[in-house]
Ligand binder design. Structure first.
Ligand code: 3NM
Ligand code: MG
Length: 539
């Protein structure tokens, strides 16, 4: 059987491993269960099998693949691939050099290569279209399958760098599959987030081992994987993601929803913010809970209208933070992420990047230096955790906010004298291969909130962190028909208007603190956004 290489379907690529088969199954029964239920490509990967048995095994798997008209790839063993006339081979960076593999196999066979960084893409591009047909992009997430991992997990942002390199070096022929630690609970996020910066390509498929090979019911496991891959909408929060320009009317509706739903806002936040954040949350008709107890996150996430605020200003144990992200993502409840002092120290940079890799956020909120850094537009080390003092122009900050929204497929908020909010959720769209159909960060909806500066905000603690509490309340309080962008914009508008009002009523920083809570309480309960002083502009 000869496959036209351009017709190969990479969407669900099963890599075998006969060391993890559950009792009662065989390599063949697992592969067949996969093929019956939507596996589109198979690779035999056996690290400790003698040549004779490898060939026997490969011939048997080949029979099954032929029955389902699916190509068979052999890992590493070019000799085995040639001996059985397999459809292709997959090699790693330390295996036989690609030009030699191609010479041995001839032009019609499929050649796959494991790629972890952009420089490897440069090499592949120099070889041209006749060498590598597809790459395995990884390792995406931690995995127990690879016994001696040489690479540390790259996360979606690492995969984006590889996709960007393919575009930069014009390797349009080369297909891509993500690999490493992929499971039903992260596949949609990976497809949605792993899009080249020019919007022109996303991954062409998902490649995995244990989720099928180690499954006691490989049929059910494959059905579930297939379903995740074929869903083109990633509904990571149970509200509307449709982009629409927020108005006083839509914000009024958000506040009515918050007021009747009374969201539970779990704060995992720094000590300075805890008391003030709890009071801000209460002023907005919501219930705060300041919990860092790992064993209760799943229970909390399942409470109706639960919302998580994750503020990394002082740091809960990483396992707790990951568990919280998992728990809220699992039940589609919103997470607001505030990467305080994102890059102030190596420790914070590493922690924040790890958490960003680990989940899907409804909103990422930062001050201008944090957002510039996240957008990779500012490489100066941040001083402490305060916003940088240098004046940044509006266009740059708007662009940085859009970049962060695009990279993380989230709603990004950049605070400062003017606030910027960009919607990168793409209505939850999530598609293999085609990415965002060419829409880039610049094309994302972005609004600016003008209110003039409120210098006294900087004279109290946790004023920025409490905007996080406000956003978390608003996104948590939405009905299923409520709109996420409206909620985030409404929260920032309310907070800024309240800040202005409090600054005209206070005597100094002490009474400002109190007046700010009063103003939030008043404005929220009046619910007349048409009268607010902060104004909204399309950017
Ligand atoms: N190659 P699982 S990761 C075979 O990074 C393989 O190149 C990887 O197994 C790479 O789906 C990996 O069970 C193992 O996590 C993937
Ligand atoms: Mg190898």
């Amino acid at each position: 059987m000869v496959f036209a290489k351009e017709d190969v379907n990479y969407s669900l690529y099963l890599v075998t491993d006969s060391t993890m088969l559950p009792p009662g199954t065989t390599l063949y029964s697992q592969v067949e269960a996969g093929l019956k239920n939507g596996v589109t490509l198979v690779q035999i990967r056996e690290k400790d099998t003698e040549t004779g048995s490898f060939i026997e095994e490969a011939l048997d798997v080949q029979k099954i693949c032929k029955k389902y008209n699916v190509p068979l790839i052999i890992n590493d063993r070019i000799d085995v691939a040639m001996a059985i006339d397999a459809d292709g081979v997959h090699v790693g960076q330390q295996d036989m050099p690609i030009p030699m593999v191609r010479k041995l196999l001839g032009p019609s066979k499929i050649i796959g290569w494991s790629v972890g960084k952009p420089s490897e893409v440069e090499t592949l591009a120099k070889w041209g279209p006749d060498m590598v047909d597809y790459i395995g992009v990884g390792t995406l997430f931690p995995t127990l399958t690879k016994k001696n991992p040489k690479k540390s997990p790259m996360g979606p942002q690492g995969a984006i760098a590889v996709l960007d390199a393919l575009e930069e070096y014009k390797a349009s022929w080369c297909r891509t599959v993500g690999i490493g630690g992929l499971h039903p609970d992260n596949i949609q996020r990976v497809i949605s987030q792993c899009v080249a910066t020019n919007g022109k390509r996303s991954l062409d498929g998902i490649s995995l081992v244990s989720d099928i090979m180690a499954a006691p019911d490989a049929c059910a496991a494959t059905v579930r994987l297939r379903e995740m891959i074929d869903r083109t909408k990633y509904q990571f929060v149970d509200c509307e993601l449709n982009e629409s320009f927020p108005t006083a009317v839509s914000i009024k509706s958000v506040i009515s929803q918050v007021s009747s739903n009374r969201p539970l806002v779990q704060h995992v936040t720094n000590k300075v913010h805890q008391n003030f954040g709890a009071n801000v949350t209460l002023a907005l008709g919501s219930s705060p809970i300041m919990s860092e107890i790992q064993s209760e996150v799943s229970e909390l996430a399942r409470i109706p209208n639960a919302s998580l605020l994750l503020n990394t200003g002082s740091v809960a144990p990483i396992e707790m933070l990951k568990a919280a992200i998992n728990a809220y993502n699992e039940v589609n409840r919103p997470i607001t992420f505030d990467p305080v002092g994102y890059s102030a120290t190596e420790t914070r940079l590493c922690l924040n990047n790890t958490l960003l890799t680990y989940g899907q956020f409804a909103c990422i909120k930062g001050n201008s230096s944090e957002i510039l850094f996240l957008a990779k537009l500012n490489n100066d080390k941040m001083k402490g955790v305060d916003a940088g003092s240098g004046k940044n122009d509006d266009a740059l900050l708007a662009r940085a906010t859009q970049i962060v929204a695009f990279k993380y497929k989230t709603i990004a908020v950049c605070t400062g004298e003017h606030d910027f909010i960009a919607d990168g959720t793409f209505g939850g769209e999530c598609k293999l291969s085609s990415g965002t159909a060419g829409v880039t960060a610049e094309g994302l909806p972005c609004v600016m909130i003008e209110n003039g500066s409120i210098p006294i905000m900087g004279d109290i603690t946790a004023s920025g962190c409490s905007l996080g509490s406000t956003i978390a309340s608003f996104v948590g309080g939405l009905d299923p028909t409520g709109n996420l962008f409206d909620a985030v914009v409404g929260a920032v508008l309310l907070y800024k208007t309240a800040g202005k009002l409090a600054s005209t009523r206070c005597q100094g920083s002490g009474s400002f603190h109190v007046q700010l809570i009063d103003a939030l309480y008043q404005l929220f309960h009046e619910n007349k956004p048409e009268k607010w002083s902060a104004s909204l502009k399309k950017f």
